[in-house]
Design a protein around this ligand. Sequence first.
Ligand code: MEV
Length: 408
Amino acid sequence: MKFYKLTPAKRRALLRQRGIELDEIDEQVLRELDLLSENVIGQLRLPVGLVQNVLVNGHKYQVPLSTEEPSVVAAANHGAKIVTEAGGFTAVSQRNGIWGQIVLQAAADFKIAKLQAFFPELIKQANIEYASLVLHGGGVKTITAEQEKDLVFLKVLVDPAESMGANRVNSILEYMAEKLAVFSGIKQKLFAILSNYPSQITKVEAEIPVEVIGGITTAQKIALLSRIGQTDPMRAVTNNKGIMNGVEAVLLASGNDTRAVEAACGVWAAKSGSYTSLSEWFVQDKKLLGRLSLPLPLGVVGGSIKSRKDVTQNYRILGEKITSQELANIIAAIGLANNLAALLAIATSGIQKGHMKLQARNIVANLQATSSEKKKVLQMLIKSNLYSQTAAQEFLKEIRKENNASRN
Ligand code: MEV
């Protein structure tokens, strides 16, 4: 039988026959996961950490972040606390819709004006066919067309309402493309698929009195670092990675498509023609001002969101009535918080001090030791400022030697 047709238990048995050792997994969990994905043989677990009381547009949110990296959660907490105490984040999200692209090949006698005249009718027909989306507040909004030689490029804007909407948009585009393919002067439909080009843009801002972050010198250094990121792609991409640390952790925790946002943010950072920082920091009137704009095509319903218990729990934390607009605002705020924490560390003590303290946990987690031994090793690593597996092994030996000596 084909591998994808097997039950997860049978797939795992096959792997074991090939000599691969697999961790135990609950049968019920495995069956649930099999409904979510393809060729399922196991699960990958990630911790969910919390950023408490993040003030966005006057509302306090509890924000779950899913990541294996402790410094991401620590940085988000640090940055969010600073901004929240300074009055909070201000954010606005455009939720116009997502782009779809239909490309047709035209014959020599094709008249674009005739096709354009058909668009209102096409929108009407699509919105009748996909009436349930219209019922939820979405639907096809606009179509525009441009011709380049024998190719006709159509840009379709579809409002997916509260969902991310990728599947729905693709169905709508294919439906429309079928109708367009038989239009007079059209030779063939080349493709009809959503475009991940940025459309749902969220803008977030923060204003921090300079004394909160250690004074004007630190604030000016942060502004200077930000200026470097505006022109130097080497720095810009690292700055943006720090932003994506927080953004992706909330996307994952909320069951959203991290890849769609990553792809859109990449092109957004290069929208001026050269790659630059997504954020900007500057000093004005003894305040450090930060701004970030991000494309956040996301949803709070649809896809696997409501069928995953680990995700629905996170919505109970975020607020079950949260809208996609609010979630986008929160995610951008967390991105800016992570960015602020990173810039603040770089401008002052450097990034490694805090990082290594947190990394020590990962080092300790790998030790073959009891939990009380691990706790002691962790304290010794932090105290000695030595953060390596070798140091951890040495400390473990020391602890065991001392324990043996006190027993004898
Ligand atoms: C590390 O995950 C992220 C940072 O490199 C971001 C930055 O440099 O701005 C600290």
